[in-house]
Design a protein around this ligand. Structure first.
Ligand code: AMP
Length: 223
């Protein structure tokens, strides 16, 4: 008998560790990691029509319109590799998106999802976002305070010589805007999933491995 589906949504402020935890969880559960932010950044880098539509919003730290991201998620979730589950990172971000996700899940006759809310203090969020550096090669996520991480330098992973860069929306004005947008538009999702009995809170403070163990226990504890 196939394993039950693992349909996971990761919630949390920007910098709460959704990307890091989504990667680890998707490896553990062998289901795809779907990041609408990564898909949109890919579209911007590739210069597609979608990228041109999304770019301005992203650089300002605002949300891309619901219709665009809902269409992306709808298409991606219908793909075959999502049949046993998925880890959604950065979607939904508004109640309208959560409602659309519910409709897609019903249409595809999927099991209920579980929303894992990663909770992190605001001071720590600002520290993480302003120091975050990414690798163009392996897509690793690092912090400027980590050993071997320098602006304009190479990836600290010995198996990778990719270039490190800072996301254009990890600069102070955009960080402030993103945190406000989070409070106004995304935080209501905690109640939305809580009221439906689909929410678990996991502390996002501490080391990635420790948090990953708590996330996995929360997801496995369900169903
Ligand atoms: P992220 O990588 O998840 O932090 O997303 C980076 C940016 O992409 C966000 O600040 C938004 O501009 C846009 N974005 C990603 N996911 C969504 C979403 N679900 N709804 C609206 N905008 C999004």
């Amino acid at each position: 008998m196939p394993d039950r589906e693992h349909n996971v949504v990761l919630l949390g402020a920007p910098g709460a560790g959704k990307g890091t935890q989504a990667k680890m969880l998707s490896n553990e559960l062998t289901v795809p990691h779907i990041s609408t932010g990564d898909i949109l950044r890919g579209a911007v880098a590739a210069g597609t029509e979608l990228g041109a539509q999304a770019r301005g919003y992203m650089d300002r730290g605002e949300l891309v319109p619901d219709e665009l991201v809902i269409a992306i998620a709808r298409e991606r979730l219908a793909q075959r590799d999502c049949a046993q589950g998925f880890v959604l990172d950065g979607f939904p971000r508004t109640v309208a998106q959560a409602e659309a996700l519910g409709e897609v899940m019903d249409e595809l006759e999927r099991d209920p999802l579980i929303a894992v809310n990663l909770t992190v203090d605001e001071d720590e969020i600002v520290r993480r976002l302003s120091g975050r550096r990414l690798c163009r090669g392996c897509e690793g996520i690092f912090h400027i305070d980590d050993e071997g991480v320098e602006d304009g330098g190479e990836c600290p992973d010995p198996d990778c010589d990719g270039e490190l860069y800072q996301r254009s929306d990890d600069r102070p004005e955009a960080i402030r805007e993103r945190l406000q947008v989070y409070r106004r538009q995304t935080q209501p999702l905690i109640d939305y999933y809580g009221e439906r009995g689909l929410l678990v809170n996991v502390s996002g403070m501490g080391g990635p491995e420790e948090i990953a163990a708590a996330v996995l226990a929360a997801v496995r504890g369900r169903g």
